[in-house]
Ligand binder design. Structure first.
Ligand code: AKG
Length: 265
């Protein structure tokens, strides 16, 4: 399995420009068949929350087709970051989705923990369903969004459901870069799975600078690839899923768990 993160600067409020950027990254970067390409959070709009209703897709219409076309053309799977999305009501969700190399939608998830520090609760609605595992290349994977990273319960659920890789798509601010890196590593070590964290960089019109540092971490907590804080980059590495069993045998935390001793789990 090969994970390929496209770390690029998201232009606030400009879907066409962001889509062109993604398309050009696909053109410029040689991709092996079956790779998993990963995009960041809210990459079609950035945090242009005042205009978020106008920028939102309806049931992922439009952007889903664009991603399906790219997936089929390049024969890769795409963890297509997240986008503002309206489903039944007029509420705007922050929805991440995955298409496989046939262009089929295999999973979608709307962020359940809205981030107060970026005013999300004022403009967006939290998803009504928890993150679940989905199948990618014959293995189970998980997908969560940015602030979700601060909730270890969610990752534990995914790991107990046999997620071998958890994708974290983000627009994580630079002032909390240490939290981003430390929490991603902790989630990999405590769940003994691969973590693929995709982030954007650059400064938005409201002054928020994003942290870059897209990263791929193995189940032992080692960094296999990492982007810089402020440059466009492709971060990619092979993922050896057999290594998970070895780490779990050497440090058997799943066997040592004492569920009878935990009050709230
Ligand atoms: O938790 C954080 O510090 C950042 C979260 C965030 O930026 C987001 O969820 O979009």
């Amino acid at each position: 399995m090969k994970a390929v993160i496209f770390q690029f600067e998201v232009t606030e409020g400009d879907y066409e420009k962001n889509l062109n950027k993604v398309q050009s990254l696909f053109q410029e970067h040689a991709l092996e068949e079956d790779s998993i390409v990963v995009l960041p959070e809210m990459w079609t709009s950035g945090y242009d929350l005042k205009n978020i209703e106008k920028l939102a897709f309806h049931n992922l219409g439009g952007v889903k087709e664009e991603m399906a076309e790219l997936a089929a053309e390049y024969k890769v799977n795409i963890v297509a970051g997240s986008v503002p999305n309206i489903k039944e009501s007029s509420d705007v969700l922050n929805t991440a989705f995955v298409v496989d190399k046939k262009g089929e939608l295999v999973y979608e998830y709307s962020k359940i923990h809205l981030v107060p520090m970026l005013n999300e609760p004022e403009y967006l609605t939290g998803g009504g369903e928890s993150a679940d595992t989905f199948e990618l290349l014959g293995n189970k994977a998980g997908l969560v969004i940015c602030y979700d990273l601060r909730f270890p319960e969610l990752f534990r659920d995914l790991a107990l459901d046999d997620a071998k890789v958890v994708f974290v798509v983000a627009e994580w601010p630079a002032e909390r870069t240490e939290h981003w890196l430390t929490l991603l590593k902790a989630r990999a070590i405590e769940n003994q799975c691969y973590i693929v964290g995709s982030n954007t960089f650059g400064t938005q019109p409201n002054g928020t600078t994003f942290a870059g540092n897209s990263i791929i971490i193995n189940p032992f907590g080692e960094v296999l690839g990492q982007g810089s804080a402020d440059q466009e980059e492709v971060v990619e590495t092979n993922i050896d899923l057999d290594y998970i069993a070895q780490v779990r045998e050497d440090i058997p935390i799943f066997k040592s768990r004492r569920r009878d001793m935990y009050k709230f789990l």
